[in-house]
Design a protein around this ligand. Structure first.
Ligand SMILES: [Zn+2]
Length: 300
């Protein structure tokens, strides 16, 4: 089995400098630890036609290279179905008919954390399920036997977080992110997950699920995000933040790459030439504030 790190974008639009910075970090972590670097397109949901090609082009333009053919989640739905079948065979799943509103309005179970699914449909009788199936397609939930789980993170240390009866397959038939990501990482031999720290809270669920499926838990590094001048997560409305926008105002992909390397305390140039200087322990731990390199350019 290979040892690999990865970047896994959703093709919902163009990557912005925050996404590109995370991709560069994932590449540096992988190569700095002697791993392959893989790319996975997470296109189960919100995929926009043509977005994948632009994302791959932009990753290549800032010097990110990957070591095997790109994998797409839509090609792997039987793997996800197999994993859900495995859990169902262990009596670890149940059908949930709740609407979003019913979940919000349900009294939460004693000792259950804020926002956790209250377990309403765990207790349905066979007859009640028959009735509800006639009016609404079911989502599939995991029957969790823990309420929290701990993971080790290279930057955050031990992180303990909520595990509830989270959704494995949505009621529109689409595999939930938490299941797909666990199945894919294991199937691709990914043993190092580097991604934005907004995903740290869902990591205990994923590590717990991997354990239930008998899959190895990867090592994790959740890296700081790029934010705008108000401290909010960078978004398209923050002006020229994609390579396309920046090229239009005269900032080349090489210049963007050098800005991003500089934000990590690394010398300008190629990713390969920056690699010997990369030390995970010395990474800045605070979000990086994006400043428009062409200040007269108005925000959209
Ligand atoms: Zn329910």
């Amino acid at each position: 089995m290979t040892s690999a790190g990865r970047f896994a974008p959703s093709p919902s639009g163009e990557l912005h400098v925050g996404n590109l910075r995370t991709a560069i970090l994932a590449w540096l972590f992988a190569k700095g630890s002697g791993r392959d670097f893989l790319l996975r397109v997470e296109d189960l949901d919100r995929a926009r036609s043509g977005a994948e090609a632009v994302q791959l082009r932009d990753l290549a333009a800032v010097g990110v290279r990957w070591d095997a053919a790109v994998v797409r989640q839509t090609d792997r739905v039987t793997l996800y179905a197999d994993a859900i079948a495995q859990l169902t065979a262990q009596d670890r799943t149940y059908e949930c008919f709740c609407t979003r509103r019913e979940i919000q309005e349900a009294p939460s179970a004693p000792h259950s954390p804020q926002g956790a699914y209250p377990g309403t449909c765990r207790r349905l009788s066979h007859a009640e399920r028959e009735i509800r199936r006639a009016t609404r397609p079911a989502a599939i939930r995991l029957m969790a036997d823990v309420t929290e789980w701990a993971v080790e993170d290279q930057l955050h240390g031990q992180y303990r977080g909520v595990v509830d009866d989270f959704v494995l397959r949505r009621n529109d038939g689409v595999t939930a992110y938490n299941l797909a990501v666990v199945v894919d990482d294991a199937a691709q031999g990914i043993d190092q997950v580097v991604r934005g720290d907004d995903l740290l809270p869902s990591t205990p669920r994923q590590a717990y699920l991997a354990t239930l499926l008998g899959l190895p838990v990867p090592e994790y590094a959740h890296v700081p995000l790029v934010v705008n001048h108000d401290g909010a997560r960078l978004a398209k409305r923050d002006g020229a933040v994609t390579l396309g926008d920046l090229a239009a105002v005269g900032v080349s992909a090489d210049a963007v790459r050098d800005l991003l390397l500089g934000s990590l305390g690394l010398p300008a140039g190629s990713l390969e030439s920056a690699l010997p200087f990369f030390e995970p322990a010395k990474l800045p731990r605070d979000p990086w504030v994006w400043k428009n390199p062409v200040p007269e350019m108005p925000a959209r």
